[in-house]
Design a protein around this ligand. Structure first.
Ligand SMILES: *Cc1c(COP(=O)(O)O)cnc(C)c1O
Length: 420
């Protein structure tokens, strides 16, 4: 695609964009003059679909009118509420429906998955994680090591970018496994790195880990709803993600969990239990013995939090309508235009650290600004350009194909230029 650096061209791209009307289905925060914010933090908290309120109201109304009968009589009977989300979510992450369930929050799901899949021995116990992993993942992994009686410093192996580089190289992971594979029990990798925006080759990671008998888990917080991770085909053992970033389901909303089909019927895997991973047929007999459900549902503990799941259903219905393929197609174009405009600034002080190849990134660009400090971010905020600042000098910006326009991107770069 040949881009042009002009407002007229940006407007033309919006006109040609088949998904442009989706923006009207979202509530976009506005400044005092009633102008839309330039919102580039859908990677942190996605915007609210206008339909969300109705989905929540429906459940409040059914609760008001039906009380406990809502479990069976509500418009969407509550007893199965999580099931309404499964097929739609499975498509978004490229999984088979029985491989996916929505429950808990992301870090909680990582722990529950590690209860089953992190089974260290005295000699094979180490965990590989990327050096720029999101802090919660790092803490989770360290606490699992300690829980099993290991030293966290010794047990964590960091997959790092090479000196002077920002991005991870798959051959360095291979080398770690070649040299230390016999001591490694598990890989827990952020599939799309929150800091650099790098989208890793999950299939390759699974192959590298499995070749040395390691379990492979993926955190997809920044991947779900942003890229197509093809979880089933990738062959990774498990994954988890949140739904408040690209999946627009509201602050702290309930998370996703994936367990590959190959583990679906292993009833003897170690796991924690509650009534909700017990056989649906006999659940309400309220009697022993525990009989675990097959598939991802076999990791649930509690009955579905309906009011918290209603916004997820609202959002997933939008994704279902549009489809990941169409979103990805727009996303590559939108981020490509953003990259083009940043490069047009032509300053040596600016470097995009996100990979250049569209296949190796989602919509986020992480822009390093030499000698900048947080005051740059503050000035952008004062102009209602909402981005995310990461110390020491990186602005993370995510033009989200669901609601950001080509004009948003153009205006953002015009404002950025002013303050460089
Ligand atoms: C956003 C994010 C989290 C947040 O975890 P919660 O349990 O939802 O608070 C964890 N890990 C990664 C990689 C993230 O991007």
């Amino acid at each position: 695609m040949k881009y042009q650096n002009s407002l007229a061209f940006a407007k033309q791209l919006d006109k040609e964009d088949k998904l442009s009307s989706l923006r009207n289905r979202f509530l976009i925060p506005k400044d005092k003059n009633g102008d839309d914010w330039l919102y580039f933090t859908g990677n942190s908290l996605g915007l609210q679909p206008k339909s969300t309120k109705d989905y929540i109201s429906q459940e409040l109304e059914d609760w008001a009118n039906l009380g406990v009968e809502g479990h069976f009589e509500a418009k969407h009977p509550w007893i199965n509420y999580h099931e309404y989300l499964t097929d739609k979510m499975a498509k978004i992450v490229g999984a088979k429906p029985p491989e996916v369930v929505i429950m808990n929050t992301l870090t909680t799901n990582l722990h529950l998955l590690m209860v089953s899949f992190y089974q260290p021995t005295k000699t094979k116990y180490k965990i590989v994680i990327e050096s720029d992993a999101f802090p919660s993942d790092r803490y989770a992994v360290e606490s699992q090591l300690k829980f099993h009686g290991f030293d966290a410093d010794e047990g964590v192996i960091l997959w790092k970018p090479r000196v002077g580089e920002e991005l991870l190289r798959i051959e360095d992971l291979e080398e770690i496994l070649t040299n230390q594979g016999d001591e490694i029990a598990m890989l827990l990798i952020g599939g799309l790195n929150y800091y650099t925006g790098q989208f890793l080759d999950l299939k390759r990671i699974a192959e590298i880990g499995h070749a040395k008998g390691c379990v492979v888990g993926i955190d997809l917080a920044h991947g779900a709803g942003n890229v197509q991770p093809n979880l089933h085909d990738s062959g990774v053992d498990f994954a988890a993600w949140c739904t408040y970033k690209y999946l627009n389901s509201g602050p702290g909303s309930i998370a996703g969990l994936f367990v590959h089909e190959k583990h679906a019927y292993k009833k003897d895997l170690p796991r924690f239990a509650g009534w909700w991973n017990h056989n649906k047929e006999t659940r309400f007999n309220m009697r022993q013995p525990f009989d675990v459900l097959p598939g991802a549902e076999g990791w649930q503990l509690s009955n579905p939090p309906v009011l918290a799941m209603a916004p997820i259903l609202a959002s997933l219905d939008l994704f279902e309508e549009v489809g990941m393929d169409a979103l990805r197609e727009k996303s590559e174009k939108l981020t490509g235009y953003f990259e083009f405009l940043i490069n047009e600034i032509g300053s040596d002080d600016i470097k995009i650290i996100t990979p250049k190849k569209p296949k190796e990134r989602g919509c986020q660009l992480s822009i390093q600004v030499k000698n900048a400090d947080k005051s740059l971010h503050k000035k952008l905020m004062e102009n209602h350009v909402i981005t995310d600042w990461r110390e020491p000098d990186v602005i993370r910006c995510a033009p989200v194909p669901m609601y950001n326009s080509f004009e948003d991107v153009y205006q953002m770069v015009e404002i950025l230029k002013k303050y460089l």
